[in-house]
Design a binder for this molecule. Structure first.
Ligand SMILES: Cc1cc2nc3c(=O)[nH]c(=O)nc-3n(C[C@H](O)[C@H](O)[C@H](O)COP(=O)(O)OP(=O)(O)OC[C@H]3O[C@@H](n4cnc5c(N)ncnc54)[C@H](O)[C@@H]3O)c2cc1C
Length: 412
């Protein structure tokens, strides 16, 4: 791309905005940059929606930049408008209102949406995902008028939504498909510690169940949830947090190669050399995304590419997970179940609700689950990413950097 060309970013979410910030720091950035997003407000910190729902932070804390900033930077920002078609041949997009915008280079950063199960009643008012500002506002309103909430999904998002609604005074039931909460991050022991803590707070958790149908109140609003074992749970609102679906339809209609996401190479280029995709809408080597850590690394690669810097391609790397439920400290990365080649180091203090489990292979950390005291999580993660041989401090490892580091340094 030549510096005088016009870059159009579709999607003013976390990936699109981060890309913009990275480009604006660059001397050789495209001369003209336009951003178009279908939400009505400029990009905000989506991660903090959970804390906002829980009443732990203000709306202002979510703001990344206001509209004035885009104008000051010379960026054309179009909000509240959805791109409906892309003509890759003519290098033009069309919006829902019929506006046509040409581009030299296109970036799709359209994110993903909640996966909604195909059950009777799913279209009822009061049944929703938890993805954006409007969702959080609708849930806050529901908590002011209703008493009962049902949250579908025992993963990170479901737990954060459930805790948020509970803190707003609702009686919350959480439905979970399997036995274990956060089954992508936690082993049975940590999941049980988490379940006990949340139950003590008043959250009703129903494991091994699925949504069967939703019952309306005769006026198009949800009134109750029916679950597979035949039980009926009253519900003034229902939050579905059972996975996400990448927004690929726009790219697919334009003829871009898509699978679950819009397929990209290591430089985030789609099957059309003038179009790129990044964030939750893209797919690289069969992988799609749901956390920002890998997306930030994609942004670095694409920003450099768009500014003609030489840059190595994007490579997959492990990510660590934290839960944003106040008072619950949890940090995990790597595989959950050990295999035959793993050495398992465990520390468990049930009285204080403290649990640490490390998976080692050849003295190198491959996975960690920390519940309670998570202070050493980032240090374990750093050691894991570096593939460091920790044989010399193995005995002290479970007690973290403070004890292990001196032994490591001594050995070096
Ligand atoms: C409540 C919540 C809590 C989270 N907590 C964490 C966390 O703790 N840690 C973590 O790593 N991740 C967390 N995530 C995930 C994180 O927010 C996402 O990974 C990140 O937002 C993905 O960025 P994105 O730009 O790909 O998608 P988004 O941020 O969703 O942005 C996509 C944007 O594109 C817009 N768009 C879509 N189609 C079009 C179109 N055709 N035309 C114009 N605009 C369009 C969308 O409306 C949206 O504004 C959380 C997500 C939620 C919802």
């Amino acid at each position: 791309m030549q510096p005088h060309e016009h870059l159009l970013i579709v999607g003013n979410g976390m990936a699109g905005h981060r890309l913009l910030e990275a480009l604006l720091k660059h001397e050789h950035r495209p001369r003209r940059i336009s951003v178009i997003g279908d939400e009505r407000t400029p990009a905000y910190n989506r991660i903090l929606l959970s804390s906002w729902l829980a009443g732990e932070t203000t709306r202002d804390a979510l703001t990344l930049r206001d509209a004035g900033w885009y104008a000051e930077q010379g960026v054309e920002l179009i909000l509240g408008e959805r791109v409906s078609e892309i003509d890759c041949g003519r290098q033009r997009v069309t919006t829902g209102s019929g506006r046509e915008i040409g581009y030299d280079r296109l970036v799709l950063a359209t994110g993903s949406r909640p996966a909604m199960p195909d059950v009777p009643g799913i279209e009822l008012a009061g049944v929703q995902g938890f993805r954006d500002l409007d969702d959080a506002r609708a849930l806050t309103r529901a908590s002011q008028t209703g008493r009962h909430a049902v949250v579908v999904g025992g993963g990170l998002l479901g737990l954060e939504a459930a805790e948020g609604l509970r803190k707003r005074g609702m009686q919350v039931t959480l439905l979970q498909r399997g036995e274990r909460l956060m089954n992508r991050q936690l082993d049975a022991t940590a999941a049980e510690l988490l379940r006990r803590e949340l139950r003590c707070r008043g959250l009703d958790i129903v494991p091994n169940t699925r949504l069967a149908s939703l019952e309306g109140d005769g006026h198009g609003h949800v009134r109750a949830v029916h679950i597979e074992d035949g039980r009926r749970l009253p519900a003034d609102c229902v939050v579905v947090a059972a996975g996400i679906v990448p927004n690929v339809e726009l790219g697919r209609r334009a003829g871009l190669e898509t699978a679950r996401g819009i397929v990209v190479d290591a430089w985030l280029t789609t099957s059309d050399p003038m179009s790129h995709a990044l964030g939750e809408c893209c797919e690289f080597e069969g992988q799609t995304y749901g956390l920002v850590e890998p997306i930030w690394r994609q942004v670095e690669v694409l920003a450099a590419r768009l500014c003609h810097d030489r840059v190595d391609g994007y490579v997959e790397a492990p990510s660590a997970t934290k839960l944003k439920v106040s008072g619950v400290l949890l940090y995990a990365f790597g595989p959950i179940e050990p295999d035959a080649g793993h050495e398992v180091l465990t520390y468990h203090d049930p009285q204080h609700g403290d649990y640490r489990r490390l998976l080692l292979r050849d003295n190198r950390i491959e996975g960690a689950i920390l519940y309670g005291d998570t202070a050493f999580g980032p240090w374990y993660f750093e050691q894991s990413l570096a593939g460091r041989d920790l044989g010399t401090c193995r005995q002290a490892l479970l007690f973290g950097a403070g004890d292990a580091k001196p032994l490591l340094e001594e050995a070096a």
